[in-house]
Design a protein around this ligand. Structure first.
Ligand SMILES: [Zn+2]
Length: 114
């Protein structure tokens, strides 16, 4: 009996491995909060928080395949990371977390139907 059959690698696991490898080779890129793919290997999905600025937490594919609750969680993570990264500098967040999540809700309703 051979050992190398049926090692139980799921397609999801395969994608996560690929994402981890791509992140290793593209350390300067940040990545999708859900699947982990760096932005130079997937299409990011922007949520606009004002007329000229937007932010993104997931790729288009993950945006399409996530619930509103999941997306709010991803955007909250990104917001907190951004906030932490400018702590101690003269920069300030352009908007509140509440505003960002409201924009996420509006965009979700627009792209997923109500
Ligand atoms: Zn993704």
């Amino acid at each position: 009996m051979s050992n190398d059959e049926n090692i139980g690698v799921s397609p999801t696991f395969g994608k996560q491995m690929l994402a981890a490898v791509l992140r290793f080779f593209n350390p300067s890129y940040s990545y999708c909060e859900k699947c982990g793919m760096p932005w130079n290997h997937c299409k990011s999905k922007s949520v606009y928080t004002s007329e000229r600025s937007g932010t993104f937490a997931t790729c288009q594919e993950c945006w399409d395949n996530s619930t509103l609750e999941q997306l709010k969680e991803y955007y909250t993570n990104v917001y907190l990371k951004q906030k932490a990264s400018i702590a101690g500098t003269e920069y300030k967040m352009e908007h509140s977390l509440e505003h960002l999540l409201k924009c996420v809700e509006q965009e979700y309703a627009r792209t997923h139907g109500s």
